[in-house]
Design a protein around this ligand. Sequence first.
Ligand SMILES: Nc1nc2c(c(=O)[nH]1)N[C@H]1C(S)=C(S)[C@@H](COP(=O)(O)OP(=O)(O)OC[C@H]3O[C@@H](n4cnc5c(=O)[nH]c(N)nc54)[C@H](O)[C@@H]3O)O[C@H]1N2
Ligand SMILES: Nc1nc2c(c(=O)[nH]1)N[C@H]1C(S)=C(S)[C@@H](COP(=O)(O)OP(=O)(O)OC[C@H]3O[C@@H](n4cnc5c(=O)[nH]c(N)nc54)[C@H](O)[C@@H]3O)O[C@H]1N2
Ligand SMILES: [Mo]
Length: 763
Amino acid sequence: MATTHILTHWGPHLIEADGTQVVAVHDHPSDPDSSPIGQGLTAATKSRVARPSVRKSWLHHGPGAATHLRGQEPFVEISWDEAFELVAAEMVRVRDDHGYGSLFGGSYGWGSAGLFHMAGPQLRRFLRTFGGYTDRRGTYSSCAAEIITPYIYGLGWYPACAQQNSWSTIVNHCELFVSFGSLRLNNAQVTYGGQGPHLTRGWIDKAASNGTSFVNIGPVRDDQAAEAKGRWLPIRPGTDVALMAAIGHTLVTEELADEGFLANYCVGWPEMKAYFLGEHDGQPKTAAWASEITTVSESDIVSLAREMAGKRTMINLSFSMQRCDHGEQAYWMAAVLAAALGQIGTPGGGIAFSFGSHGRFGAGQRQKSVPRLPTGPFPEGMPVIPVAHIAHMLERPGERFNFDGKEATYPDIKMIYWAGGNPFHHHQDLNRLVKAWQKPDTIVVHEPFWGPMAKFADIVLPATTPLERSDLGDGETMLVAMQRAIEPFGEARDDYEILAGVADRLGLADEFTEGRTSEQWLRHMYDEFRERNEYAPPFDDFWADGYVRHADMDDHGAGEMTFLQAFREDPVGSPLRTPSGRIELYSETIASFGYDDCPPHPTWMEPYERLGTDQGERFGLHLVSNQPKTRLHSQFDHSDFSRESKIHDREPARMHPTDAVARGLSDGDVLRLWNDRGACLAGLSIDDAIAPGCVQLATGAWFDPDGDGMCIHGNPNVLTADRGTSQLGQGPTAHTCLVEAERYDGELPRVTAFDLPVLVERD
Ligand SMILES: Nc1nc2c(c(=O)[nH]1)N[C@H]1C(S)=C(S)[C@@H](COP(=O)(O)OP(=O)(O)OC[C@H]3O[C@@H](n4cnc5c(=O)[nH]c(N)nc54)[C@H](O)[C@@H]3O)O[C@H]1N2
Ligand SMILES: Nc1nc2c(c(=O)[nH]1)N[C@H]1C(S)=C(S)[C@@H](COP(=O)(O)OP(=O)(O)OC[C@H]3O[C@@H](n4cnc5c(=O)[nH]c(N)nc54)[C@H](O)[C@@H]3O)O[C@H]1N2
Ligand SMILES: [Mo]
């Protein structure tokens, strides 16, 4: 029995394995608050793709054959040699007949952690070596925030997140920490690319003990860690901007706004003031007005505004605040409030970007550099779509669309190449996606597991998991030696090896591999890193130790850091990179785009659906499809750890007792949730931690549609709408969604999501 180190998106672990199977998953010595999601790794050899597999009709009749049968047809297993030939030949056909742009390689998704083997960057490197493809911009996590942030602060979204206030400034200086959309320890289990030791719970505990008071504004009470000992202000989902506007109105009418800060550091305050007072639209944004929209009481709104003005206040917004219709507005309006409080650039005050949404946020800027896989430049002139426009793109080749101030055209996609992501998890309105997915001639997917992504492909190439390969892991405070724990399952190969195999058939092997095996790449990347970082020991010592701590970071990150501190100290000498050099509460640039769904200053706009309107009479529940507790998205949903959380094998849905009683429902019932877009089954858990009017169903149940497109397993994305946040950000809007619920009294269909597909012999 051997023990090895691994880093995952949910933290480091020690793996005990017998060569072919994971026997136990242990907490890592560096991690004070290990994530139980790691227990899922014991299922790493279940539901696996063993050999390259091709959908039957595609194999027998070629590209474009019976694409309506994707997701339903049997597969035929073939050899790696044949698989490489088929994929390379199809790439060449598509390029020669239709051009590089008709190959979609946007391939969004998390895959697994690891600096070398991460599937997305590997695929990008490969397709860039090939010469071109259609890519995507933005993420499902934070697309709208990524695009609005530079207009406000003159700073990219990722730099803003990295340079924001650190937890130590909260502990030492913050009196009031107001979170819109949660401070979820559940979500802080995870960080994209690799979570280091879990510190968020400890930080919250320390801050609360030091006198910071926490407020959770959102539909779910237990979104805020118990350690915060905080208050809960339930709000009607999708209405936070109205609440923020009313706080702004109170600050103006009670003369609590910091006019000096606004005059010296911002542009657009006169426009915002006029907006709060209703000078142009005739509607003052009073607490009474907002109370009607949000369900938060007038007195709570006014007293929160006063409290914020009287204390060192941090305004925190989760990512979820922008994964909704007009998602840009919450991030922009929060900037207005933080500016009106005059606290941007102060330690422990101002604005926080999504503390709690990722475990790493608030750890402090990384002083270190990590080893990197070079992916090469994106070939010029190739099409790019907003990340969540995959179905639009497939449906409407040639159609023009607006995105971030520019007009672009959807390419005509003939082939999709995907590695490390699952649109049948992440995309909205899955029944629409299923149809659009029939459009391309060929879909190639690398997957370890026979989940929905593999089942909806034409050519499935079996990929290893990180347990079956060695890698380098970025664990924030440390670099982890991710040591292979078990043999590859079946004939699975690393994404790198698979791409190298196709590259070889394309005559591009040398360019893609640079003549290195994956072991040689690890040493090469590590040695480059070591040249920049003297504290790093020689590779073999690092490998034997299992990890190296970064010298400039203690266990808690990089110490005190304050967002925009230099700008606050010297706004003239250190201006922001906005057109005005200041924080833009009003943007001339956005005004010049003329978008009716993204005006030049933050504005409350009605979302396409919400409670408290006529729509709420037909569909009386707001669906909160948040991140799951027992897994990462759809990953390891097939593990016992995730399956034990299900109710009658369905994903649990939580609902307030009042809503359950009104519908005659009992705890443990199987529910049918539906709206005009689709339906799914779920298992009911009655819980007063959910605000009345809401139903919470986590994402990630493996998509399992019946003949009518109802997901019998509980994937919420059959219910969500596939609409962009606005013409500016075009981000996904999963959190804007109304549904209705009833008890499902029909015969309960067996969940088939975890079954292998039917495998048949070649005709
Ligand atoms: N309704 C609703 N929908 C949402 C959200 C929401 O809040 N509500 N949130 C959205 C957000 S924030 C995100 S980020 C997305 C997440 O969506 P995704 O990132 O697409 O979800 P994952 O389940 O992580 O998909 C990863 C896939 O990669 C595979 N994989 C794992 N390791 C490897 C590997 O080494 N190689 C290869 N080739 N494949 C591998 C896994 O088996 C899995 O199928 O979902 C979005 N969807
Ligand atoms: N365990 C686990 N952790 C994860 C992930 C995972 O799959 N599993 N995924 C990771 C990823 S990819 C990301 S991007 C982050 C996402 O981080 P977030 O976007 O912050 O996460 P969500 O879970 O979608 O939403 C958080 C909470 O926002 C609240 N909320 C929803 N709508 C509204 C609203 O209109 N107003 C207000 N005030 N609140 C609202 C809900 O109560 C919900 O529980 O999480 C990461 N963390
Ligand atoms: Mo995400």
